[in-house]
Design a protein around this ligand. Structure first.
Ligand SMILES: Nc1ncnc2c1ncn2[C@@H]1O[C@H](COP(=O)(O)OP(=O)(O)OP(=O)(O)O)[C@@H](O)[C@H]1O
Length: 118
């Protein structure tokens, strides 16, 4: 199969992010949190290292959510009925998002603490 041109691959990837925004409530909330973080980065004039930490933490949550949704959708296609094995796969996939979210909240507390209280 012929590979699509590079700009087409980028467009497909952006469409993927747009589809997530359109269909996934958790992703919408996480994108809102990402924009709040962008505003806080400018408001508190975060250092370059702190900015990268916050951006990486936010991007980590968004990426984990996209992979989680992809896994859920594949599960729903291959097994629409109740299946304990599907429940296990979906639970551990959601667990990855949870861990990344907890890590990013801790990162946010540690980073913003310096700017708010010092
Ligand atoms: N086919 C299934 N068989 C067994 N358990 C399932 C099945 N589908 C869903 N579950 C259980 O329900 C939970 C939620 O699954 P669902 O596909 O509804 O995800 P969701 O509510 O969209 O989750 P998220 O908030 O992470 O997007 C799963 O983590 C799993 O425990």
């Amino acid at each position: 199969m012929q590979k699509p041109p590079i700009h087409r691959s980028f467009l497909n990837a952006f469409r993927g992010v747009f589809l997530m925004l359109k269909t996934e409530r958790n992703f919408q909330i996480e994108v809102a949190a990402f924009f709040i973080n962008l505003m806080l980065i400018f408001y508190f004039k975060l250092s370059a290292v702190d900015t990268v930490l916050i951006l990486m933490a936010s991007a980590g949550v968004l990426s984990a959510e996209i992979f989680n949704t992809a896994i859920e959708r594949i599960c729903d296609i291959i097994q629409p009925d109740f299946d304990k094995r599907i429940g296990f796969i979906k639970d551990i996939s959601a667990g990855a998002v949870l861990l990344m979210t907890i890590a990013s909240i801790i990162t946010g507390i540690i980073v913003y603490w310096k700017y708010i209280f010092q």
